[in-house]
Ligand binder design. Structure first.
Ligand SMILES: [Ca+2]
Ligand SMILES: [Ca+2]
Ligand SMILES: [Ca+2]
Ligand SMILES: [Ca+2]
Length: 428
């Protein structure tokens, strides 16, 4: 079932690999071979997946959002992961997401508790801040997707004070577009086109439930939709009533049925029926997977036996059987990987103890064709290596206080320094 959803649904993942959508990202974050093969440094494997052939990882990078410390971009160099860029201006980040700008440049968005949201551009070996929104007061997680299908990536952000917000990419940069007025203290957010109409839809976790919003980008395309939350900070409800209020661009179609403090969300088609399903991690409860019917209805398919805080979820194919397995970060409990067999989940692996893990991400760090698992921790973060579906200790990162992390691959022009070159310069 790999890849069949990508072209029309998990568009954000295309950007997460820095490579544009000529090589659509698969459900498990790997890249499908394009008509022109694979990007530089990668080869097309027999199964139609781009692999980092020859172990070229010189431009594989890991963005970390850190709390009480500068956020960092790490690079993989000869099996060692070290800091390529330290972003001293970003001290209290909680969420990070890779994306592509309008001109194809790499962009990196940070959600922060410092009353701001920051957007950086990565060009050659330079990381520059290009936009700062200072009226987000306690932002948390962020995710990119081209929800309006105009060819550029738009951004969703959860903000503890101002709910879930969407920024639309325009010529002047990211511009506030929509705010959910029915969420309390949202945290995790993820895009996924559950109805397959080409417009990624939104799921967000909050203290009372997970909400799913169907995207209808043509509905709210009116200036009056922007009035209350266009900037300046503070107050007001989004949009309000009134006969002239345009229909919203995002309509809530589903809310999880029980009152539950939720923290994390992730989309994937877990049972291979072509319709996206939704995994939800709790603040103090089980991980749940809801089966989607493709029309906005979700029914509980599975719940984990363990309970605790799961601040991050990530789908990836641990054992290469085509079913997307589920990694669940444990904040006050072990981090776990649940193996998926056609929509039935069973515990496959867990850390021996809780490590205050805030985030998990799959990436084939060693280029052997299997996805490795990275844990973002309050204490030093680490990478587990995947060998034939078994995870084992591999690299401990010299980076703690991590709130969120995501892998990607920087596309640098020939003759320009690689992320590894940058990391080596830092060490001199
Ligand atoms: Ca767009
Ligand atoms: Ca949709
Ligand atoms: Ca499904
Ligand atoms: Ca699997």
């Amino acid at each position: 079932m790999r890849g069949h959803l990508c072209a029309k649904t998990v568009i954000a993942l295309c950007s997460s690999a820095f490579l544009g959508c000529f090589h659509p990202a698969l459900d498990d974050n790997r890249l499908a071979c394009g008509d022109d093969g694979c990007p530089s440094g990668m080869v097309c494997s027999g199964e139609g997946v781009c692999r980092t052939g020859g172990g070229d990882t010189s431009n594989v990078v890991l963005a970390t959002a850190r709390q009480g410390a500068p956020s960092r971009i790490l690079a993989v160099c000869d099996g060692v992961v070290s800091t390529a860029w330290e972003l001293s201006a970003v001290q209290n980040a909680r969420g990070v997401a890779w994306g592509l700008g309008r001109s194809g440049e790499i962009e990196l968005a940070f959600a922060s508790t410092d009353d701001q949201f920051r957007l950086f551009s990565v060009v050659k070996d330079v990381v520059d801040q290009i936009q700062n929104v200072d009226w987000l007061h306690d932002s948390r997680r962020t995710a990119w997707a081209d929800y309006d299908a105009d060819g550029d990536l738009d951004l969703a952000i959860t903000d503890a004070e101002h709910s879930l917000k969407v920024f639309r990419q325009k010529s002047e940069g990211l511009v506030f577009e929509w705010r959910a007025d029915d969420m309390s203290d949202p945290y995790g957010v993820a895009w996924g086109d559950f109805d397959g109409d080409g417009h990624p839809d939104l799921a967000a976790a909050s203290t009372t439930a997970v909400n799913v919003y169907r995207t209808d980008p043509d509905a709210g395309n009116s200036p009056t939709a922007l009035t209350d939350w266009g900037g300046g900070g503070g107050g007001g409800g989004g949009g309000g009533g009134g006969s002239n209020t345009p229909p919203p661009e995002f309509n809530k179609v589903w809310s999880s049925p029980r009152t539950e403090d939720t923290r994390s969300v992730a989309w994937a088609d877990v049972d291979g029926d072509g319709k996206l399903d939704l995994a939800v991690g709790a603040k103090a409860g089980p991980v749940r997977v809801y089966k989607g019917d493709g029309a906005g209805k979700f029914t509980e398919l599975w719940a984990s036996a363990d309970t605790g805080e799961t601040p991050s979820l990530a789908f990836g194919d641990l054992d290469g059987d085509g079913d997307l397995d589920l990694a669940a970060a444990g904040s006050d409990q072990p981090t776990r990987v649940f193996r998926n067999d056609g929509g039935t989940f069973a515990l496959a692996w867990a850390t021996p103890t809780a490590e205050s893990t805030t985030s998990v991400d799959w990436y084939d760090v060693d280029g052997d064709g299997s996805l490795d698992l990275t844990l973002g921790n309050a204490h030093p973060s680490r990478i587990l290596r995947n060998r034939a579906g078994a995870l084992s200790d591999w690299i401990t990162l010299d980076t703690d206080k991590v709130e969120d992390l995501h892998w990607s691959r920087s596309a640098v022009a020939p003759g320009t320094p690689s992320a590894c070159d940058q990391a080596r310069w830092n060490q001199q």
